[in-house]
Design a protein around this ligand. Structure first.
Ligand code: SF4
Length: 152
C-alpha cells in the first residue's frame, strides 16, 4: 500500500474550532496553488513516514490531551489516509481533513468529522476572510462553520 509522509507535526487550537488537534502536514500536495503557505511540503519524497504504527504511538502519548487528528492533505492517497482516519476514530478522536479540492470521496467523508475544502486564492483569503472560497463543514450536521474563523 502507498504510504504518506509528513513534514510537520504539531498541536493546534485554531484550525479546528473547539478541538485540540494533533496536526500533520502531509508532503506531496499536487495542486500547486500560487502563494501556497507550505510550498516547501510539495515534494512527496521528503519528511517522515506517517504509518499507522507511527500514528498509534503518537495517539498513545497524547491520550487524554487531544480531541482531534487533523490531516493537512493526504487525500491523493485515499487508502493510506483512510487507514489513519480509522485508527484515529478507534481512539475515539474526531478527525479533520484540509484539502484544496472542492470535494472528496464518500469513503473519506464517512471517516471524517470535519472537512475544509477549496484551494488557496490569495485575493480571496483563507477561512478568516469573509470573501474566501474555502468552506469548513461539520460533516456530522452538514453545518458550515466558517463564521467561527472570523475574528470579531
Ligand atoms: S491545496 Fe493547500 S497545500 Fe496544496 S498547493 Fe494549495 S495551498 Fe498549498
Amino acid at each position: 500500500m502507498a504510504m504518506l509522509q509528513f513534514t510537520d507535526e504539531q498541536i493546534v487550537f485554531q484550525e479546528v474550532p473547539g478541538e485540540v488537534s494533533l496536526a500533520f502536514t502531509v508532503a506531496g500536495c499536487p495542486l500547486g496553488c500560487k502563494g501556497c503557505h507550505s510550498s516547501y511540503s510539495w515534494r512527496s519524497d521528503q519528511g517522515t513516514a506517517l504509518t499507522p504504527l507511527y500514528l498509534q504511538h503518537r495517539l498513545d502519548s497524547y491520550k487524554g490531551l487531544i480531541s482531534c487528528v487533523l490531516f493537512l492533505g493526504g487525500e491523493w492517497q485515499p487508502d493510506a489516509l483512510i487507514a489513519l482516519l480509522e485508527l484515529s476514530r478507534s481512539a475515539n478522536l474526531n478527525t479533520c481533513l484540509y484539502t484544496g479540492l472542492d470535494d472528496v470521496s464518500p469513503a473519506l467523508k464517512q471517516r471524517l468529522t470535519y472537512l475544509k475544502t477549496g484551494r488557496w486564492h490569495s485575493e480571496r483569503g483563507g477561512l478568516d476572510s469573509l470573501h474566501t472560497n474555502q468552506i469548513f463543514t461539520d460533516l456530522r450536521t452538514g453545518q458550515r462553520l466558517n463564521h467561527l474563523f472570523i475574528r470579531q
